[in-house]
Design a binder for this molecule. Structure first.
Ligand code: UD1
Length: 430
């Protein structure tokens, strides 16, 4: 398995291009199942999760043509044309769903367009149990018959789905996306209340509208969808990745650097920017993106609590903990979305951080320096926090299990090295 080796201490200077969002691209790819005409998606990131989704859709008979790379000064957004006219299977097998929970996003579209879907239950994952009960309950509200058998969700809607009033008891990003897609082809009106408002949900809604869907309330917590008989083909460019952008913002700040996050949009990550500014980091919007600069003065401790959008994103909690680790004074990071999302803490402690976890909160007392170590991560964002810690630590840090990073960060080591980081990937066997 590959490793990433970092010799810390270099401030980052330069430009980092920000990719299209993985978490927007995955539901957008699933949306291709809703039509028998091609959906052209551009600005797709080159990531393992995108390949897994392509593999899953390809297995079902969706043809995917790579329409070249849209090049823009070193920023290569991939273009896929997805055509589901020759669909031959409505099953999402265990081998693929196990690799990526977001495979569950094919459930709503398959059921809406084909009246049947068989999707493996995703099961647990490192950051918590992550059930899909809310997706299933909502589909039942829309008339689906659902059974769980042999580890699979067997869903039927022989006469199609019908509109209904879906009230999510908890805000769920994937659940909102699944039901939104299903509702576009349901009979009558579907109201989705307590819907997620993440930029990736909004991006999906805009794409669905350009495919002919009738959706009102985009960007609010109540979506009203009038079902239509058919969706048509469309072209859509994936929204920029706010989590990639936030991760590199922390990299710039923590190393005392000056980096332009090219293509970045401050409006998508205001909650993080506000906390970083409060900690003393300079963040400015420029015509080409967002600039993050940190002067020599110390970073100040801060508090942050994860919440659904527009609150502070859980996907930035681990990275911000690195900033807190080298801040002056104490910080508190509270996790309210996932029950087991402090797996990076013991690894950061091994690098010299002073962190105590009390229930859902981590108290971080800033230390003057971190030191390099061999570390291992259990999930995507935890891995990125270890890379960030390695950039600021004295000596050498070796991050193992790089495959987690490859799920969510395109060309991570290249982007950081181009800004002066001493970082390299060491190819491993197997
Ligand atoms: C998405 C993101 C992930 C992010 C998360 C929260 C993608 C591909 N992934 O994940 O990066 O960390 O949003 O912002 O977009 N829940 C239930 N029952 C359900 C569904 C969810 O109890 O049926 C719970 C989850 O366990 C979790 C919370 O609701 O505690 C939020 O999960 P959800 O918003 O659904 O996360 P994902 O869509 O899986």
């Amino acid at each position: 398995m590959d490793k990433i080796v970092i010799r810390g201490g270099n401030p980052l200077h330069g430009t980092i291009p920000i990719c299209g969002a993985k978490n927007a691209a995955l539901p957008l790819m699933a949306a291709a199942l809703l039509s028998d005409e091609p959906l052209r998606l551009s600005n797709l990131p080159h990531l393992a999760d995108i390949s897994t989704m392509a593999h899953l859709l390809g297995d079902m008979g969706v043809s995917i043509a790579m329409d070249g790379d849209a090049q823009d000064g070193g920023h290569m957004g991939r273009v896929f044309v997805l055509d589901a006219s020759g669909l031959k299977s409505t099953t999402a097998p265990y081998e693929l769903v196990r690799r990526m929970r977001a495979s569950i996003l094919v459930l709503g579209p398959l059921l809406a367009r084909h009246g049947h879907a068989r999707v493996s239950l995703p099961g647990g994952c490192a950051i918590g149990t992550r059930p899909v009960d809310l997706h299933l309950k909502a589909l039942q509200t829309m008339g689906a018959q659902i059974e769980l058998s042999e580890g699979y969700i067997e869903a039927h809607a022989p006469n199609g789905l019908s509109g209904g009033h879906v009230l999510f008891s908890n805000i769920t990003v994937g659940g909102t996306e699944n039901i939104l897609m299903a509702a576009t082809l349901a009979k009558g009106e579907t109201i989705i209340a307590n819907a997620a408002r993440e930029p990736e949900v909004i991006d999906l809604a805009h794409c669905l509208v350009s495919m002919g869907a009738k959706i009102e309330g985009i960007g609010t917590d109540t979506l009203r969808v009038q079902g239509v008989d058919k969706l048509h083909g469309a072209k859509h460019a994936v929204v920029v990745d706010r989590i990639e952008m936030g991760s590199y913002a922390v990299a710039a700040a923590v190393t005392g650097g000056d980096v332009l996050l090219k293509g970045g949009r401050a409006d998508l990550i205001e909650s993080v920017i506000n906390v970083m500014r409060g900690a003393g980091v300079e963040i400015t919007e420029e015509p080409g993106g967002v600039r993050v600069r940190h002067k020599k003065s110390a970073i100040l401790g801060f508090d942050a609590m994860t919440e659904p959008y527009p609150g502070f994103p859980t996907d930035m909690q681990a990275q911000m903990m690195v900033l807190a680790s080298v801040a002056e004074g104490a910080s508190m990071l509270t996790e309210t979305i996932f029950e087991n999302r402090f797996m990076h803490v013991p690894e950061l402690v091994r690098m010299g951080a002073n962190i105590n976890v009390h229930g859902r909160s981590a108290i971080v007392r800033g230390v003057p320096k971190l030191s390099g170590a061999q570390v291992m991560a259990t999930d995507l964002r935890a891995s990125s926090s270890l890379v960030l810690a390695g950039l600021v630590a004295e000596g050498e840090t070796v991050v193992n299990r790089v495959y987690h990073l490859d799920r969510g960060y395109e060309r991570l080591e290249e982007k950081l090295a181009a800004c002066g980081a001493e970082i390299e990937r060491v190819r491993g066997e197997g």
